[in-house]
Structures are given as structure tokens and as C-alpha cells.
Design a protein around this ligand. Structure first.
Ligand SMILES: [Zn+2]
Length: 247
């Protein structure tokens, strides 16, 4: 009985601390961009939110492949749709590097919330069967300690109430620098870089593939090729930023 009472007391203290922590965060929350106090958003204020350099999804019907400049820069791709939040510009470029190299995990939740909101404004989720994230090779994952694509994909799928399999895809070949490589060299380096250790359920026909940035599209395309060999019919690639190679 004494143990039970102590355990209850401990749980009460833990829940109180949790509540106070969040109250303090809300009271003292400052916008990550302008420094102004914000109570509604813990990371950015409504003014900075409205100023973010987001793609105008309504013009391109929620698919950047409809935009000729993007379409022409991504030849030979195996995915069907491309949905990105923003060009690789401030503040997203700084935020992405802070998530990737400084472990600012709260930014992954911000990206997930913005992506889910924008997706729902222009798209339906009724046809999506599964969400996957671009995996890191185990050596890179071990070194970094986390996979930023997974950190974005998990809350994103939860917000859209879609099933997510964080370990369905595995990268078995290490990354090599893509700088200065031709499209063919990049594709050769990525050939057979990914595997699906377990077969996907038969009903999975439309997959959303999440990554932080899309540059050449080679990685997303290689994974899409693999998924299509395994029965998937449609792949929608979703990233926070799009930065096209200067050809
Ligand atoms: Zn602000």
C-alpha cells in the first residue's frame, strides 16, 4: 500500500511538472524568426508564418511536376507526383540544417504540421495507402543518431491519420557525393541502393515517400522504381524543400 501511495505521488509530481513545463513554454515562447513573443505558436508567430516563402500549391494543383521549370529539370523520374513546401530559401535552408546537424527536433514537427496543412488545402488523402520515409544507411544513421526524414514523416502521417512504416525501406549502399556527377553516374551509384526486407501488403497501391530535400530526384526515383517493381502503382514524393540542380 505504501508503495502504491508513493507511486501515485510520483506520478502526480511528474504530471504537474509536465503541465508547468508546457505553461512556461507557452508564456515565454518566442518566435524563432523575429523574436516576438507568441502564445499560439511555440516556434513562429502568425506574421512570420504568413511570410514563409511557400509554393503556391493552388497554381500547380498541388503537384510541382505540373510546373514546366521543375518538370524539365527532373527527366527520367519514376515517381508520379511531387509536393514540396518551399524552395530552398531562408528560413527553410537554415531550419533544415539545424534539424539535420544540431538536433532541433521541434522543427520536424513544424515541417510536418505545415506539410499536412498545405496538403489538405489542395489534395485528398483518400487514395493514399501508406507513408514511407527515405532511409539513411546504417553507418550514417549510427553517426547522426536519427533520420531527419523519419522525424518529419512520423508526425505528418499521424496528422493525416495515414499508416506509416518507418523501417519498411532499408538503404544497403552508402551515399557517395552527388556533386559534379552526371545524371547517369548518380543513377548508377544509386542502383540497388535500397531494399524492402518485407513485402508490402497487397492493397498498397499509392505510397507517399517523405524526405527533407529533393535536389536531383535520383534517390526518390530509385526508391519509386523499387516500389513499382513490388506492386505499387503510384508514388507521391513529399519534401520540405526543393532545390533543383543548375544545369
Ligand atoms: Zn515572428
Amino acid at each position: 500500500m505504501e508503495w502504491l501511495a508513493l507511486s501515485k505521488l510520483k506520478n502526480n509530481w511528474q504530471s504537474q511538472i509536465h503541465i508547468y513545463y508546457h505553461r512556461i513554454r507557452l508564456v515565454f515562447a518566442q518566435c524563432d524568426l523575429c523574436g516576438n513573443a507568441t502564445q499560439q505558436q511555440t516556434l513562429i508567430c502568425s506574421t512570420c508564418l504568413a511570410d514563409l516563402p511557400l509554393f503556391k500549391q493552388e497554381i500547380i494543383q498541388g503537384d510541382l511536376l505540373n510546373w514546366p521549370a521543375v518538370n524539365r529539370s527532373l527527366p527520367n523520374i519514376h515517381f508520379d507526383h511531387l509536393f514540396c513546401l518551399s524552395p530552398y530559401l531562408a528560413p527553410f535552408n537554415h531550419w533544415l540544417s539545424q534539424l539535420k546537424y544540431q538536433g532541433r527536433f521541434e522543427l520536424a514537427s513544424l515541417f510536418a504540421a505545415l506539410l499536412a496543412k498545405k496538403w489538405l488545402e489542395t489534395q485528398s488523402i483518400s487514395s493514399v495507402d501508406l507513408v514511407l520515409s527515405v532511409p539513411l544507411h546504417i553507418s550514417k544513421w549510427q553517426l547522426r543518431g536519427y533520420n531527419q526524414a523519419h522525424l518529419i514523416a512520423k508526425p505528418f502521417s499521424q496528422l493525416l491519420q495515414l499508416p506509416y512504416q518507418g523501417s519498411a525501406l532499408v538503404r544497403i549502399k552508402k551515399n557517395t557525393s552527388q556533386v559534379g556527377q552526371t545524371g547517369t553516374q548518380r543513377r548508377n551509384n544509386l542502383a540497388n541502393a535500397f531494399v524492402l526486407p518485407q513485402p508490402l501488403p497487397e492493397k498498397v497501391k499509392h505510397v507517399m515517400l517523405i524526405d527533407d530535400v529533393l535536389t536531383t530526384g535520383s534517390t526518390a526515383s530509385e526508391i519509386s522504381k523499387l516500389l513499382k517493381c513490388k506492386g505499387v502503382e503510384k508514388v507521391t514524393v513529399i519534401t520540405v524543400c526543393l532545390t533543383l540542380p543548375k544545369n
